[in-house]
Design a protein around this ligand. Structure first.
Ligand SMILES: O=C(O)CCC(=O)C(=O)O
Ligand SMILES: [Fe+2]
Length: 207
């Protein structure tokens, strides 16, 4: 981990757990999925999920999200996201294997996954916290990255700190504790040539 004045860069090969002051925990596991399995997963997911560029409400206006998304999970689970409600219809095969493994190893009770496909450097996700009421007060979010490397940044709501790193192909990032109360995260646009990236954020949506 490289520390500069206001920015902490976590090397993407460093496995570890960090407590972010004043509160919140992240844990990064670069080799959660073996490279050959991660390659296969990327290809299957890119080909088989129903990727769509969905509209969101931004300052009262409808605009298209700058990325493609898909939502899956136990039938009946739905998720209100940026003014839209997404409904799950079940687990396609490759996602079922992943959620079972996460639930066995982490006990997170994950019942849904929001899938993001960043087609190029112009696709992005703006500053936000995963703090919807239906995730409960201190959600555990399990975020798997596949494909190209993109910058993932965290900034304290108080302005007191920033972290950034580039989650590796096949890596798992956990966001836990009261992280979402004190920190925002984003995947910024970049002018660099970057390969497409899939990110899967597994969540437990409370009834
Ligand atoms: O693509 C990422 O790494 C972040 C995704 C994310 O923050 C989300 O889906 O809420
Ligand atoms: Fe998020």
């Amino acid at each position: 981990m490289k520390v500069t004045a206001s920015m902490i860069s976590i090397s993407s090969t460093d496995a570890g757990e960090w407590w972010l002051p004043p509160a919140g925990r992240i844990e990064y596991l670069p080799d959660w999925i073996q490279a050959s399995e991660a390659d296969r997963l990327y290809q299957v997911l890119e080909r088989s999920l129903d990727w769509q560029q969905r509209p969101i409400k931004l300052f009262g206006r409808e605009v298209l999200q700058p990325r493609l998304t898909a939502f899956h999970g136990e039938p009946g689970i739905s998720y209100a996201y940026s003014g839209k409600r997404l409904s799950a219809t079940g687990w396609p095969e490759p996602l079922l294997g992943l959620v079972r493994r996460l639930n066995e190893r982490l006990g997170g009770g994950f019942n849904s996954v929001l899938c993001n496909l960043y087609r190029n450097g112009q696709d992005s996700m703006g500053w936000h916290a995963d703090d919807e009421a239906e995730l409960g007060p201190d959600p555990l979010i399990a975020s798997i990255s596949l494909g190209g490397r993109r910058r993932f940044r965290l900034k304290a709501r108080s302005g007191a700190g920033r972290y950034q790193f580039e989650p590796a192909h096949g890596s798992l990032l956990l966001m836990a504790g009261d992280l979402q109360h004190h920190w925002l995260h984003e995947v910024p646009k970049t002018r660099q040539a970057v390969a497409p990236r899939i990110n899967l954020t597994f969540r437990r949506i409370l009834a």
